[in-house]
Design a binder for this molecule. Structure first.
Ligand SMILES: Nc1ncnc2c1ncn2[C@@H]1O[C@H](COP(=O)(O)OP(=O)(O)OP(=O)(O)O)[C@@H](O)[C@H]1O
Ligand SMILES: [Mg+2]
Length: 236
């Protein structure tokens, strides 16, 4: 199981976009050790969920404090961390760089399978597993929003990362695909961290974090955390 450790991790950004001027802390300081297999992150728009998730694979580096994944520092060992931690963005088109899904899956398999034949066979298996084989040769721009989101997930999961970080993976999905995604997540051997506004999905976890104004204000049992989030939302 992957261990993620945040020690006084803080993210500060320049207020006027110019370094050396006034700064604003958008996250932290956060102290966390994540070892659970399913962690969900909830909170209002702009509370800091994506920032927290991006810290986990070094997409965002802490301004102060440290973030480590299996004792690898995300700043000093960024490339190694990113091999272990896969990140799926809310907007799937930022993940799909090739003309078709099949080519994208094959591209992400390059490190795992050097041989072209093996890579093709592995890509086919991934596409079948996601039920995406019939859409694999279609232009990614012609896929529906939900199909594209599933395709982006297949691309990310093809590399068999130790930890999968998903930023609002169900935003574009209908009920059926949301349920499909949930059972897919259940079947994965990987640890998964998911930020979501879908409270039903949020409850589907071993542990839930509530982020509010850049701080973790609740951390624990999913039902308790969801109640806390609802109380916070109702209070404003
Ligand atoms: N690079 C940056 N520069 C300046 N401000 C930033 C930067 N990244 C994030 N922010 C700000 O930090 C805050 C937290 O952003 P973040 O994207 O983490 O929120 P979120 O909880 O994911 O929100 P949402 O639910 O809308 O996705 C926001 O106010 C955002 O505008
Ligand atoms: Mg976000």
């Amino acid at each position: 199981m992957t261990e993620v450790r945040l020690e006084a991790a803080t993210v500060t950004v320049p207020v006027d976009g110019s370094p050396g001027q006034r700064t604003r802390t958008i996250l932290g300081p956060v102290d966390l050790v994540l070892t659970e297999s399913r962690v969900t992150v909830i909170g209002a728009n702009g509370s800091g969920k994506s920032t927290l998730l991006r810290l986990l694979n070094g997409l965002v580096t802490p301004t102060s404090g440290t973030v480590t994944v299996d004792a690898l520092d995300t700043v000093r060992h960024g490339a190694r961390v990113r091999r272990r931690v896969a990140f799926a963005f809310t907007d799937p088109i930022s993940q799909l760089v090739m003309p078709t899904g099949r080519e994208d899956v094959e591209l992400s398999l390059r490190r795992l399978h050097r041989s072209r034949t093996e890579r093709r066979a592995a890509a086919e298996r991934v596409l079948e597993r996601f039920g995406l084989a019939p859409l694999a040769d279609q232009s990614v721009y012609d896929l529906s929003g939900g199909e594209r989101q599933l395709m982006a997930l297949a691309v990310v999961l093809a590399t068999e990362p130790g930890l999968l970080v998903l930023d609002e993976p169900t935003t574009l999905l209908d009920r059926r695909n949301t349920l499909r995604l949930r059972s897919l997540l259940d079947s994965l051997p990987q640890s998964v961290v998911v930020a979501t506004h879908d409270l039903e999905l949020a409850l589907h976890a071993d542990r839930t974090l509530v982020v509010d104004e850049g701080r973790i204000v609740c951390d624990g049992e999913p039902a308790t955390a969801v109640e806390r989030y609802l109380a916070l939302s109702d209070a404003t």
